[in-house]
Design a protein around this ligand. Structure first.
Ligand SMILES: [Cu+2]
Length: 109
């Protein structure tokens, strides 16, 4: 019983230092399901990111993260570094060139 109380307290302590933020992302360079999976996976690899949902149809996403561990600009940098644009940040050009052909934006004529 004592153990239970101690663990209960530690859970409470974690939750008070846990600065949970939910932020919407504009992911308008996503083209296919693979892009969505790429973005989701890369963000989940980041320390402090708790949950990621990507909506391919609306080219948007939502990320839940612990703001005392990671900030939004690190999240945006990560997405850019794998070749996708996010919010006002454009994709890293080198990473974009390496994407599969289906993940690249249709050429403008
Ligand atoms: Cu794709």
């Amino acid at each position: 019983m004592k153990k239970l109380i101690i663990s209960l307290f530690s859970v409470l302590c974690i939750s008070c230092s846990y600065d949970k933020r939910t932020t919407d992302l504009v992911l308008d360079s996503m083209q296919c399901l693979m892009c969505a999976v790429n973005v989701e996976k890369s963000l989940l690899n980041l320390n402090g990111v708790k949950k990621v949902t990507v909506d391919l149809k609306n080219k948007s996403g939502q990320v839940i993260y612990n703001a005392s561990v990671i900030d939004l600009s690190s999240i945006e940098n990560k997405i850019s570094s794998i070749g996708y644009s996010v919010n006002d940040k454009s994709a890293n050009q080198e990473a974009y060139e390496k994407l599969e052909i289906c993940c690249k934006k249709p050429k403008e004529n």
